[in-house]
Ligand binder design. Structure first.
Ligand code: AP5
Ligand code: MG
Length: 368
């Protein structure tokens, strides 16, 4: 496994397989262009390595020209094809073999085809090391294909992720891990912490309660704790940047986790978006948001009861408890829609015996 710009990639296609695929493409091109003098038009940057290998196998005379184009930003195709080095050679009436590293949506191929028509070539064909039939949306024929691949993001052998990875001799694909990441959701006192303590054992997950981490910092009188206390004591949310950085540090403490139970996080859209980015960088995502649904008056009762012994200042005062519930509805409840849109929201009745509720939650988790 390798890490590029913070993302993990695992080996996918070996150098041997790549060279074998290139041998096959070279065989076909040598057959089709025997006795001719084609111009090989290399599309930089990605195709440089494929072009070097392919051209070293070409048996006749040929010319080599370059253009530079791009359509990727990070791991996503932008759909916008940009030309950085334009076509300079005169290709009128020439036979051209375009050398591409990868054809996916076909946007670059469309642009090159237009370029060939304008240049007045006699004939042109396309040789691509990789072809993604699953994402190809155009009609243009790809004449020579090294390997067909599914719709995964790959790097290596000329292909990059944000500038890195082109020098690798094998192909690597973005690592997806089978982590189970759960967001345990619900208003204050809904039972998130109570249920998380059972679920983490049952599913071997790491439980992160942002409230617990804040309270630990308050107890240890850290800078973070002092800052957080001023908000928590009033039942307000701690600012996003502080909370997101803290959560990120907590996640980093167990890089080999089977998955996480996020309890009390995310509480705002900014936090939800930050969590998506954080998990994506680990090649994983939120599996589900499971919400414990409990009436407000029951919540107040539970928290006042706990306040008698917990030492939690935010449990001691009914007005603060009610403010926490209000903040939940005003600022946090909208996240239901955020996860519903992704089909990841599950509501569970949070009233009843604690073990009954664990069973309700488990039946959701077991179906994920
Ligand atoms: P946090 O610690 O997350 O508190 P909370 O959301 O207010 O929720 P609680 O922990 O009080 O309740 P819970 O749902 O875990 O229920 P529990 O299992 O304890 O956050 C505290 C503060 O930190 C926030 O107000 C905010 O200031 C700050 N903060 C935290 N995360 C933040 C973030 N992401 N962004 C910004 N600020 C953040 O159960 C409650 C009680 O009910 C217990 O006594 C329990 O024994 C009892 N109980 C549980 N289940 C049952 C049941 N089935 N029947 C009867 N009683 C039950
Ligand atoms: Mg809690």
């Amino acid at each position: 496994m390798i890490t590029l710009n913070g993302l993990q990639f695992e080996e996918y296609i070996s150098e041997e397989e790549l060279l074998h695929a290139i041998d096959e493409v070279a065989l076909a091109i040598n057959r089709d262009f025997k006795g001719k003098r084609p111009v090989f038009l290399v599309v930089l940057n990605g195709a440089y390595k494929f072009a070097t290998e392919l051209l070293s196998r070409f048996e006749g005379d040929c010319e080599v020209e370059f253009i530079k184009m791009s359509s990727y930003d990070g791991t996503a195709s932008t759909g916008q094809v940009q030309t950085h080095i334009p076509l300079e050679a005169d290709l009128e009436e020439r036979e051209v073999v375009v050398i591409e590293d990868i054809v996916d949506s076909g946007n670059t191929i469309e642009k090159i085809t237009q370029m060939m028509v304008i240049a007045g070539v006699n004939k042109y064909c396309i040789a691509s090391l990789f072809f993604k039939p699953g994402s190809y949306t155009k009609e243009y024929k790809i004449h020579y294909v090294g390997l067909e691949i599914p719709n995964d993001f790959i790097v290596g052998y000329g292909l990059d992720y944000n500038g890195l990875g082109r020098n690798l001799n094998a192909i690597y694909k973005l690592k997806t891990t089978k982590m189970t990441n759960l967001v345990l959701f619900g208003p204050p006192g809904a039972g998130k912490g109570t249920q998380a303590s059972f679920l983490k054992e049952k599913y071997n997950l790491i439980h992160i309660s942002t409230g617990d981490v804040f309270r630990y910092n308050i107890k240890s009188a850290t800078k973070l704790g002092t800052l957080a206390k001023s908000y928590i004591d009033k039942g307000q949310l701690v600012p996003d940047t502080v909370t997101i950085d803290m959560l990120s540090a907590e996640v980093d403490k167990t890089p080999d986790a089977n998955g996480f139970i996020f309890d009390g996080f995310p509480r705002t859209t900014a936090q939800a978006e930050a969590l998506d980015v954080l998990l994506e960088e680990k090649g994983t995502q939120v599996a589900a948001m499971i919400a414990l649904e409990v009436d407000d008056e029951i919540l107040v009762k539970r928290l006042l009861e706990r306040g008698k012994t917990s030492g939690r200042k935010d449990d001691a005062d009914e007005a603060v408890i009610r403010n926490r519930i209000k903040v939940y509805y005003d600022e946090t409840a909208i996240l239901k829609g955020y996860y519903q849109k992704q089909d990841k929201y599950y509501g569970v009745d949070g009233v009843g015996e604690i073990n009954e509720i664990t069973t309700r939650l488990s039946s959701v988790i077991d179906k994920l």
